[in-house]
Write a new protein. Structure first.
Length: 123
């Protein structure tokens, strides 16, 4: 190992030990933060799908909408993985804009679709 690699490792370790790894030069949120959070984000997005339930729609219509939400999330993540050359259910190496957009936009969109009120999308 060369001196610069050794020094870089020591400097990176210094930042990590002090809780500021985001100051490292090779540190990226898409590879270092969001990939560790990905499983938690999946649990959160499935919990957010319960926001699609409302008094406006009853019975099997709500179940169908919930199923549509689960299916759309699974299909989107599967397609993104296949396009990147990975197994359909593999945790991504880096979480990009597409994955974060699905996480942020699908549950509010389904809620707004359920209640037929655009304001529910922005809540």
């Amino acid at each position: 190992m060369s001196g610069t690699e050794s020094e870089r490792s020591e400097v990176d370790n210094w930042f990590i030990e002090r809780g500021v790894p985001h100051l490292m030069s090779a540190y990226t949120a898409s590879e270092d933060i969001f990939t560790r959070m990905f499983r938690f984000l999946v649990v959160v997005i499935f919990a957010e799908l319960f926001l699609t339930f409302s008094d406006d729609i009853a019975g099997w219509d709500q179940a169908a909408l919930f199923g549509f939400g689960v299916g759309s999330i699974l299909v989107t993540l599967s397609v993104v993985n296949r396009l990147r050359g990975r197994r359909w259910n593999q945790v991504p190496d880096d979480v990009g804009v597409g994955e974060l957009a699905v996480f942020l936009l699908v549950p509010p969109f389904l809620r707004a679709f359920t209640t037929e009120q655009v304001s529910d999308f922005f809540q």
